[in-house]
Design a protein around this ligand. Structure first.
Ligand SMILES: C[S@@+](CC[C@H](N)C(=O)[O-])C[C@H]1O[C@@H](n2cnc3c(N)ncnc32)[C@H](O)[C@@H]1O
Length: 360
């Protein structure tokens, strides 16, 4: 394989779940001096092009008009079915976009001869990483036990956003109308528009009766209907927005780098659940994730809140590790935080779920 983004030729196949999918070292999107523990965010200087930006649902939907999504489905260890837009389909969309206003990332994505991972360009969001499935299984248990009652959820470094997609799908399936704000964040805007929102749409569409889905996705000129494709017709998008309103779901999106600017953007949202899967993979990202969780939950007005950090115990070759993350968080945490760890024992490469509870 010559391409450096870590995709196999099968893109989203199960192959990516083996050890060959270790994240390659990347250069952070920031410059920094040597900070003291707890001062990492303060010391970051984020490059202008990577400053975080909020995006409305409509602005991202506008980039997906009449796109036909191709997806596959995957059954997790816990027997939960989730859907993933195929990567070849993402590449196809990029190539079809006539205005050619694609970012550098998009150019790299379709250039199979590019050998180098591009610093400050890509942080792994196009793939679904192994711990995202562990997170889905845990969320499934919490939902079944009636323990997932959060009203403002942030998926921090969401990529394909399978945990958020699963939460949205379950909420609609159970006809739950409690207000829910779902904020999806990724380093790359292109990840948000090309896989995050498409995956959300696919999971939502899976909740529709087949007849309704058929009538919403076919037009007089195009009567094709297939189990692994979804046409984003104007009628389908309207129904999507209608259902979001009906189920009291507000979706928002943030692209760009983590840091204090990111935490300022999110501060009004009163986040009471942070989900972060496979984000503590490097010595640079680990303190940022730890400090951001502390800051976001402390600044939220929620009385009690939780962060779920899903990670491999060791990231070979890149330097991140669960132990280092836990040590770091335990050193910076205040008395309101308690931390517990659950190991996932179904593979040679150990993985864990960290629960960081905050109670004011
Ligand atoms: C390895 S991917 C994991 C994606 C997804 N959570 C999963 O488990 O499949 C790491 C994620 O963290 C995000 N990320 C990494 N460093 C970041 C940074 N400095 N600022 C913002 N996002 C970052 C990437 O955009 C990407 O979505």
């Amino acid at each position: 394989m010559s391409f450096s983004f870590g995709f196999t030729k099968d893109d989203f196949s199960d192959d990516e779940l083996d050890e060959s999918s270790h994240i390659q070292p990347t250069v952070p999107s920031t410059t920094q001096t040597q900070p003291n523990k707890g001062d990492y965010l303060e010391s970051l200087t984020i490059l202008d092009e990577n400053l975080p930006k909020k995006h409305s649902l409509d602005s991202i939907l506008d980039t997906l008009k009449d796109v036909r999504l191709t997806f596959d489905n995957y059954t997790t260890t816990g027997q939960n079915i989730i859907y993933r837009r195929e990567l070849f389909d993402v590449k196809h969309q990029i190539m079809m976009e006539a205005d050619n206003q694609n970012s550098k990332l998009s150019e790299l994505l379709i250039d199979e001869n590019n050998n180098d991972l591009q610093k400050n360009v890509y942080e792994g969001g196009f793939k679904s990483w192994e711990c995202a499935y562990d997170t889905v299984d845990k969320l499934s248990q919490l939902i079944d036990q009636g323990k997932l009652t959060s009203s403002s959820i942030l998926e921090f470094g969401c990529g394909t956003a399978l945990p958020s997609c699963f939460i949205l799908m379950k909420k609609i399936q159970s006809k739950n109308t409690d207000p829910l704000r779902l904020t999806l964040s990724d380093f790359n805007f292109d990840v948000l528009r090309l896989v995050t929102l498409p995956n959300i749409l696919i999971h939502w569409a899976s909740t529709l009766p087949v007849e309704q889905l058929h009538s919403l996705t076919t037009t007089e000129n195009d009567q094709r209907f297939s189990n692994d494709e979804l046409s984003l017709t104007p009628a389908l998008i309207e129904q999507f927005k209608k259902d979001l309103r009906q189920y009291n779901i507000e979706l928002s999106f943030i692209s760009g780098s983590w840091g204090k600017q990111f935490n300022e953007i999110i501060s009004g949202d009163n986040v009471d659940l942070i989900i972060s899967s496979e984000t503590i993979y490097s010595p640079e990202s680990l303190p940022i994730v730890a400090e951001s969780i502390k800051q976001i939950l402390t600044n939220s007005n929620a009385d009690s809140s939780l962060a779920i950090v899903a990670a491999k115990n060791i990231y070979f070759g890149v330097g991140g590790s669960l132990v280092e993350f836990l040590n770091y968080f335990n050193q910076i945490k205040s008395a309101e935080f308690t931390v517990t760890v659950e190991e996932v024992n179904d593979a040679q490469l150990k993985r864990s779920l960290v629960y960081i509870n905050y109670s004011s």
